[in-house]
Design a protein around this ligand. Structure first.
Ligand SMILES: NC(=O)c1ccc[n+]([C@@H]2O[C@H](COP(=O)([O-])OP(=O)(O)OC[C@H]3O[C@@H](n4cnc5c(N)ncnc54)[C@H](O)[C@@H]3O)[C@@H](O)[C@H]2O)c1
Length: 345
């Protein structure tokens, strides 16, 4: 299929793009390149990429594509809190607009990167796709709104699918240090400590970046009548883990590091566990990577690619990176690249 992959220069897009190509799809990217040069180690070539802001896409740019995989976003809760209006403009309005344009251009499938954080505080039981959505942050609210808008656009010829991903982990050349496993492995290697601020009991559903990519490929190729306007939790119950278990997996991967559970942040409203059976039953999709495998992979890649303190604290932390781009005048108030950043993507 001819696929437009938005956010192809992000953490997940950098892993997904070559996997799509290997699966026989013809990939074009679309990304403003906010993190284009934030690569740990050797930089591989990106697919041909339209350096266009999501908000500026026109219908002719979407002509000829069979599918859009929509990853581009101000991705994660701290970013949403930094700029709630921009989060609304980019993550919600521009996403809905993109889907409408895609439908008008005759694109038949639209895969949307949603998140399990749409469930908000869900208590101790397993949450399935039919659970009430109680998003707690502007980021999670934007995901729910887009799902609603896309569902309203669904038709015989236009098939939106919502992939509610668990929190990602695992190596990507465009590394992210602001997600829990990637963060703890990095600190373990750089400081010899694995520090957990909560009491270690909160549940986190985790999924490897490569399993997310595999799930998108599955949804791209699944029969339209199965996946039309359907939400799928993406992950595995095996990776519904307590924060203390994540810390233990990191300690196994980095034996020189010691675990310190401080308990200083107290109760955690984001604790939840997720039921992933729908994707298994309807699509035969199974996430393969365990947290232990991911911790070992990260420790290996960080060491080989010589991760440093400076890189870990800024280049690979989305909030810090965007604040730096703003302070340096490399993005404008609307987060559109200007100057050197616009020239070097
Ligand atoms: N990483 C996770 O744990 C996780 C979990 C669940 C869902 N998701 C979702 O998956 C998607 C990808 O996540 P990621 O971790 O790769 O994020 P990321 O921040 O690493 O990448 C996002 C990409 O989008 C681009 N982008 C941002 N605003 C843009 C705009 N206005 N126009 C064009 N491009 C723009 C950025 O330059 C970046 O390359 C996001 O929608 C995110 O919400 C991620």
């Amino acid at each position: 299929m001819k696929v437009l992959l938005t956010g192809n220069q992000g953490y997940l897009g950098t892993v997904m793009s070559p996997m799509l190509t290997a699966a026989g799809h013809d990939v074009t990217g679309l990304d403003t390149g906010l993190f284009a040069d934030c690569v740990l180690g050797k930089r591989d070539d990106d697919a041909p990429t339209l350096h266009v802001d999501l908000r500026d896409v026109t219908v002719d740019m979407l002509d000829g594509f069979d599918a859009v995989i929509h990853l581009a976003a101000l991705s994660n809760d701290p970013l949403g809190a930094l700029a709630p209006d921009l989060t609304h403009d980019i993550n919600h309005r521009a996403s809905t607009r993109l889907a409408r344009l895609a439908k008008n251009a005759g694109v038949s499938r639209f895969l949307y990167a949603s998140t399990c954080s749409v469930y908000g505080a869900a208590g101790d039981g397993l949450v399935s796709e039919d659970a009430p959505l109680r998003p707690l942050t502007p980021y999670a609210v934007s995901k729910v709104r887009v799902e609603d808008d896309l569902a309203a656009l669904a038709s015989g010829d236009f098939v939106p699918v919502f992939l509610r991903n668990a929190t990602a982990f695992g190596f990507s050349p465009r590394l992210r240090a602001d997600i829990v496993l990637n963060n703890l492995v990095g600190h373990a290697l750089l400081t010899g400590r694995i520090t957990v601020m909560s009491d270690g009991t909160p549940w986190r559903p985790l999924v490897h970046a490569r399993d997310i990519a595999a799930a998108f490929i599955t949804c791209l190729e699944a029969p339209a009548d199965v996946v039309r306007s359907r939400a799928y939790n993406i992950g595995t119950e095996l990776n519904n883990v307590r924060v203390s278990q994540i810390a233990d997996a990191v300690a196994d991967a980095v034996p020189a590091a010691t675990v310190d559970i401080t308990g200083e942040t107290g109760a955690d409203a984001r604790s939840y566990r997720v039921d992933f059976s729908r994707a298994r039953d309807e699509l035969s999709f199974r996430a393969k990577w365990t947290v232990a495998d991911g911790a070992a992979e990260l420790a290996r890649e960080y060491a080989v690619r010589m991760l440093t303190d400076a890189g870990f604290a800024t280049r690979f932390v989305r909030l810090a990176r965007l604040e730096l781009l703003r302070a340096g005048g490399l993005v404008d108030e609307t987060m559109r690249p200007v100057g050197r950043l616009a020239e070097t993507r």
